[in-house]
Design a protein around this ligand. Structure first.
Ligand SMILES: *Cc1c(COP(=O)(O)O)cnc(C)c1O
Length: 464
């Protein structure tokens, strides 16, 4: 190579001297701007090495550095969830109700009465407010909250069964939502699992036979994203709790997604709600705050005073407790849940669960026709199935509607995968699904206000 294009790249200082960049130094600091200049040079060098044309003009490299500085925003960004998976762990699970967001903002901005009783001025407990609400909503004697349901599981096993045995059905030892495995969680707690039954069938007599002098508890775990169908049998929580009671053992029920009670949220499921599991005799019931409840990430424990008391006095509680923002969001969400009809309008997840398909059909038709008309795309409304997700009953689909786009795709976009990527790279990012050579944008977890943003994003991609 005679005239090596890399030799013609200007020095860092020549680029830094660009007026547009020099002005940014006082705002962002020299370090940050310098890093962007180096990145811009690095890009040019890489292009040169590939044999691509390189423009060595300092002004152009400075402009590129400015672009990089503008693009230097958080990788944690709001996105539009058009996947049709309502509790999508990769997308942060449940969006919060406005009431919950406002409650978070209020305590985040200022000091708050987290652990002080404003009446007496004495020290109070941080979970007092949510505990009262959880007791009203589930009928529990006591309640507490930790970082997530995995933490709730570790803590309850540790507090109730460390150094002893917990009897569990082999059919319930599944991995949930990636990386939650009961054998590992129980090992971390210091309790030993005693597996009974077979993968597909466990009877009450299996539990009975396994109980010995070392047994501390019986545990049931919702198998969430996994189900054994056909020749299968398991023991319900009422039978299990009756056995536990008669032998002086704790009964722990990990219900996973965790509806609070019938009608909360207002959808039918086959699985016992928290209120029902308690009424059936469970001593401790565990569930996530950001699944069916539609609140912030946390792990909720409701149950008998004696059991919850042991949990809250465990030294690990201090390491797993939640902060003021989580408590504020949870309190506001639970307050909404006291009136289910209103909550169905205010808690986004509850709304997504209850919007009739016909309402989605109308929106899908409108969106598809404007994309055909204004963006010149192949776009059609199609009936789809949405799923709860988040390690919760994926076997019961929810009737939904999607807009199917392509093929063909806009110029320069070769495949459905490339189109989906362009949608994710847009502002705001739109996350859809790819199937059968097309991109599907499911409206089940999209708010009506987001329809316009989707339309604008797709039109920008089509006209680029
Ligand atoms: C989701 C789930 C968990 C884990 O809950 P996180 O809040 O994600 O920690 C545990 N058990 C069951 C049954 C679940 O469905």
């Amino acid at each position: 190579m005679h005239d090596n294009p890399l030799r013609s790249l200007p020095p860092v200082n020549a680029i830094l001297a660009d007026a547009g960049l020099a002005g940014l130094v006082s705002d962002l600091g020299r370090e940050t701007v310098l890093a962007a200049v180096r990145a811009s040079l690095e890009e040019a060098r890489a292009a040169g090495l590939r044999g691509d044309p390189v423009d060595p003009h300092p002004g152009r490299l400075a402009r590129r550095a400015r672009e990089l500085l503008e693009a230097d925003r958080s990788t944690l960004r709001p996105v539009i969830n058009a996947t049709g998976i309502l509790i999508h762990t990769g997308l942060g699970r449940a969006p919060l109700a406005d009431e919950a967001i406002e409650a978070v903002a209020a305590v985040a901005r200022q000091y708050c009465s987290l652990e002080i009783d404003l009446d007496s001025g004495e020290r109070g407990r941080r979970t007092d407010d949510v505990e009262g609400l959880l007791r009203r909503l589930t009928g529990a004697e006591a309640a507490t909250v930790v970082n997530n349901n995995a933490a709730a599981t570790i803590l309850s096993l540790r507090a109730l069964a460390a150094g002893r045995e917990v009897v569990v059905s082999r059919g319930q030892l599944v991995e949930i939502g990636g990386s939650f495995r009961l054998p590992d969680v129980s090992e971390a707690s210091g309790a030993r699992l005693r597996e009974v039954g077979t993968t597909n069938r466990t009877r009450l007599s299996d539990y009975e036979r396994a109980i010995g002098p070392d047994t501390a508890a019986l545990m049931r775990i919702h198998t969430s994203n996994y189900r054994i169908v056909g020749f299968s049998e398991s023991v319900g929580i009422a039978e299990l709790a009756a056995l536990g009671r008669s032998r002086g053992l704790w009964t722990i029920d990990d219900i996973g997604s965790g509806a609070l009670g019938p009608g909360r949220p207002p959808v039918d499921g086959d699985d016992p709600t928290a209120a029902e599991a308690l009424a059936a005799g469970a001593d401790v019931v565990l569930f996530s705050g950001d699944k069916l409840l539609g609140g912030p990430q946390c792990g909720i424990m409701v149950g008998r005073r004696a059991a919850i008391g042991r949990v809250t006095s465990d030294p690990l509680m201090r390491a797993l407790r939640v902060d003021k923002m989580t408590l504020a969001a949870l309190g506001a969400t639970l307050r909404l849940a006291l009136a289910p009809a209103r909550a169905a309008r205010r808690i986004p997840l509850w709304t997504f669960l209850t919007v009739p398909r016909e309402a989605l059909r109308e929106r899908a038709e409108r969106l598809a026709s404007s994309l055909r008309r204004d963006a010149g795309l192949e776009a059609d409304p199609v009936e789809e199935k949405a799923y709860l997700g988040g390690g919760s009953t994926p076997f019961e689909p929810i009737a939904s509607m999607a807009v199917r786009i392509g093929p063909p795709f806009p110029k320069g976009i070769e495949s459905e995968g490339a189109f989906a990527r362009a949608l994710r790279a847009a502002d705001p990012p739109v996350v859809g699904r790819v199937r059968g050579g097309a991109v599907l944008l499911d409206l089940r977890a999209v708010t009506p206000e987001q329809d316009d943003a989707i339309e604008a994003v797709v039109r920008r991609i089509a006209s680029a």
